[in-house]
Design a protein around this ligand. Structure first.
Ligand code: 6PG
Length: 495
């Protein structure tokens, strides 16, 4: 028998930024942890930090075998390496020393199907597997992330006490819950990131409208965002945005934000979210707009050339036309309302995608719980997630957040301001694809009758795809062209 006192309670392999900080967080919460990394300098670096940050109970290991054998059984090993092939390599490297009943927990932004494949692969040897979404960046990992573990429930039970202490704490509990079976933890994290893309896009549009149409300076913007962060928009992303506007450029005049190249990078989870929405026939236009905007932002040189060509073709900057008549105070208040209403639509899309996947996979996701564990620690943490939690607790079968009675009231109250902002932006030529997508989503969803009847008629005309009627059951086909062009007095109707 092993001398369990000398063994660590848990292990973590992969000591890049997230891994290192999560390991220190676990140690700080009083769980002795072993760490391992392929390049040994990272192990040393983590050991130094563990010492400096309070002699934390963390031991470093330089070989996979020593690392695995330094753990109490059943062993739990968190891996935090780049998604994809490095995860497979790490599993191969470590699992050879693991035994039946031990668990692997992948904390990366992994594609959920990879998790499901690995789960089956290691199951042959009795190894349990979890795919655990980890959100909150470096700061969150160190001081309290939001954790989304899915997969083997017994594996979750082995680490439940640890993750509940390590996760961010909010008034209604730790920001972690067992998400569901299979790759559900990764999937939920992926949708979290899609929502994150949407939030960031909407905030950037609010900034653009206030700056370009409202003529607000960075310091005014900083104050406005700080003020918004004390109300219904209170959230991590609004808070950091206020901070960003305050940072001066150390290499020149003005604020740093104005010197940043307008090209957004990405690692892929937002793209997966949009792909999944399409796969599942779920409309997610705000999230898709945010992804499209990242693609367009990447075409910097092309955009510059286009600006030139269109200017030569007579395009003028029409912002001055709207600027004159702007009441700044009212614009600021309108933009706040437009941002909030747009955000509700974006979250509605993300939640509906989760529901569609949950039904497809039989994951039985608890949406109220998902909103709750996003209240703290993660990038989309926001006061309004508590309202989403309550909406799903009131009605777990809620068709859309938009029709929750409380949110419905808020949308209606804000729609005038929302329409004013979008209208102004369109008039001034300021692109607001996220806000427009949200508003169009709202207007499409709330209308009992859409022009889809005409599309159905067209499909039936050219492809005999048939249509249904509003007044009688069954499916119908009509010889549209023949009927439309029936000769009247010898003259073709078409002529
Ligand atoms: C988080 C974030 C994080 C993500 C980055 C970068 O929850 O902590 O979602 O996991 O990797 O935000 O994402 P992009 O590079 O795709 O913008």
């Amino acid at each position: 028998m092993e001398a369990s006192t000398a063994l660590s309670r848990i292990g973590l392999a992969g000591l890049a930024v997230m891994g290192q900080n999560l390991a220190l967080n676990i140690a700080e919460k009083g769980f002795p942890i072993s760490v391992y990394n392929r390049s040994t300098s990272k192990v040393d670096e983590t050991l130094v930090r563990a010492k400096e940050e309070g002699n934390l109970p963390l031991t470093g290991h330089y070989s996979p075998r020593d690392f695995v054998l330094s753990l109490q059984r059943p062993r739990s090993v968190i891996i935090l390496v780049k998604a994809g092939a490095p995860v497979d390599q790490t599993i191969a490297n470590l699992s050879q020393f693991m035994e039946s009943g031990d668990s692997i927990i992948d904390g990366g932004n992994e594609w959920y199907e990879n998790t499901e494949r690995r789960m089956l692969e290691v199951a042959d040897r009795g190894i349990l597997y979890l795919g655990m979404g980890v959100s909150g960046g470096e700061e969150g990992a160190r001081n309290g992330p939001s954790l989304m573990p899915g997969g083997s429930y017994p594996a979750y039970l082995n680490i439940k006490d640890i993750v509940e202490k390590v996760a961010a704490q909010v008034e209604d509990g730790p920001c972690v819950t067992y998400i569901g079976e299979g790759g559900s933890g990764n999937f939920v994290k992926m949708v979290h990131n899609g929502i994150e893309y949407g939030d960031m896009q909407l905030i950037s549009e609010a900034y653009d409208v206030l700056k370009v149409a409202g003529g607000l300076s960075n310091s005014e913007l900083a104050n406005i965002f700080a003020e918004w962060n004390r109300g219904e928009l209170e959230s991590f992303l609004i808070e950091i945005t206020a901070d960003i506007f305050r940072v001066k450029d150390e290499h020149g005049e003005g604020e740093l934000v104005d010197k940043i190249l307008d090209k957004t990078g990405m690692k892929g989870t937002g793209k997966w979210t949009v792909q999944q929405a399409a796969e599942l026939s779920v409309a997610a236009p705000t999230i898709a707009a945010s992804l499209d905007c990242r693609y367009l932002s990447g075409l910097k040189e092309e955009r510059e050339a286009a600006a030139k060509v269109l200017e030569d073709a007579g395009m003028t900057d029409d912002v001055w036309k709207v600027r004159g008549g702007i009441d700044k105070k009212r614009l600021i208040d309108d933009v706040r309302q437009a941002l909030y209403a747009s955000k509700i639509c974006s979250y509605a899309q993300g939640m509906n995608l989760l529901r569609a996947k949950s039904i497809e996979k039989g994951w039985n996701l608890n949406f109220g719980e998902l909103a709750r564990i996003w209240k703290g620690g993660c990038i989309i943490r926001a006061v309004f997630l508590d309202r989403i939690k309550k909406a799903y607790r009131r009605n777990p079968e809620l068709a859309s957040l938009v029709v929750d009675p409380e949110f419905a009231k808020e949308m209606v109250q804000r729609q005038e301001a929302w329409r004013r902002v979008v209208g102004l932006a369109i008039q001034a030529g300021i692109s607001t694809p996220g806000m427009c997508a949200s508003l169009a989503y709202f207007d499409t969803y709330r209308r009992a009758r859409l022009p889809a009847n005409l599309v159905q008629a067209q499909r039936d005309l050219f492809g005999a795809h048939t249509y249904e009627r509003i007044d009688r059951p069954g499916s119908y086909h009509t010889e549209w062209t023949k009927l439309a062009r029936q000769k009247k007095g010898g003259i073709g109707a078409f002529n």
